[in-house]
Design a protein around this ligand. Structure first.
Ligand code: NAD
Ligand code: SER
Length: 306
């Protein structure tokens, strides 16, 4: 089988997480198994240990393995991050700076995700690409810094403001949008879910297949085609309330029930927009989602039942 080989090898940090589990699979399919080096602070088969706080180790790996493309996924997400803001800042900002330094050393291109958490309560409920970014969470602030570094670091660095991601291959990693993943496991295992945000909470969401495709499509676009928004493109998937999600799950599991017991994560959710305006990503690199709410639910239920 012929592979689409990059000029060097590809490094993925945080490869054992919700996104990394599926991105590594997709990149290995695209470039060949040997071309992709999966790393994480945790240990697993087929994955090397790499702590993104270890600047010299990253540098050595990037130079020795002739890495020319990096997907930097190691981070703390919003819920875990707000419990330990200093650690969140260290991993999300210092870790990113360490990876940027290594990318510079070997002239590597870098993908570093942003998030809908860059927006704050002053943002319109349908978030435009270009708007003041005043997040209330430390996690959101680290993502604003990441987007700025994409403009100022002097390397080819790109990112996407991922919505909440829904997938079945790996658990969600400690974010506010985790309810939209946990609900499926609980619906199938217990027939009941106690949700940590209100029934009317509406957030931008996306199925993982769309997110992985977006990531690879963005990295395939010539740099000259991308604007100053390249550090964090808005991309829309679909937006729904928890109530709408429950009703869509009940199409498959009519006896499923959900109760609501909001905790601190409600505040983070309330500070984020309901919907995403993705006209710039559509114009610059042709972004188009494939999964709506019912299709996501159909895929999740079918795959988790297997
Ligand atoms: P995740 O929590 O599932 O995975 C992160 C991985 O990073 C974990 O496997 C963890 O072990 C690893 N890690 C933590 N500290 C590390 C360190 N010091 N060195 C190396 N590895 C370390 O997160 P995810 O959902 O896969 O998210 C990946 C990226 O995408 C993050 O930047 C996140 O902010 C962003 N993002 C995710 C979502 C989402 O809904 N999943 C939405 C928006 C943005
Ligand atoms: N899904 C992520 C979170 O909830 C958003 O970046 O933290």
């Amino acid at each position: 089988m012929s592979m689409d080989l990059p000029s060097g090898r590809v490094l993925v940090t945080g490869a054992l997480g919700q996104i990394g589990t599926e991105l590594v699979e997709a990149l290995r399919k695209k470039h060949g198994h040997e071309a992709v080096i999966a790393t994480d602070i945790r240990k697993a088969e087929g994955c090397q240990i790499l702590n993104v706080m270890e600047k010299e180790e990253i540098n050595t790996l990037v130079v020795e393995e002739q890495i020319t493309e990096i997907y930097h996924l190691a981070a703390l997400l919003s819920a875990t991050g707000e419990k330990n803001p200093e650690l969140c800042w260290d991993i999300n900002v210092t870790g990113l700076e360490n990876v940027i330094a290594a990318a510079k050393e070997n002239n590597a291109r870098l993908f570093s995700p942003s998030s809908i958490a860059v927006f704050g309560p002053d943002c319109p409920k349908r978030a435009p690409q270009i708007t003041p970014l005043n997040p209330t969470t430390v996690y959101g602030k680290t993502k604003v810094v990441g987007e700025k570094l994409a403009r100022t670091s002097g390397i080819d660095m790109r990112g996407i403001r991922y919505p909440g991601l829904i997938s079945y291959k790996a658990p969600a990693g400690g974010g506010t949008t985790d309810y939209a993943v946990e609900i499926f496991h609980n619906a199938l295992e217990n027939g009941h879910y106690e949700c940590f945000v209100r029934e009317d909470t509406k957030l931008p969401m996306m199925y993982m297949d769309d997110a992985i495709r977006a990531t690879i499509e963005l990295m395939d676009i010539p740099f000259e085609q991308l604007s100053e928004s390249r550090g964090g493109y808005n991309i829309s998937g679909c937006s729904f309330t928890v109530g709408e999600l429950v009703r869509s799950i009940q199409r498959h599991l009519p006896d499923f029930t959900c109760t609501f017991n909001p905790d601190i994560r409600q505040q983070y959710a309330d500070s984020w927009p309901d919907e995403i305006e993705d006209d710039i990503a559509v114009k610059e690199w042709g972004w188009k989602p494939k999964f709506n709410l019912d299709r996501i639910v159909d895929e999740m239920i079918t795959n988790l039942k297997k």
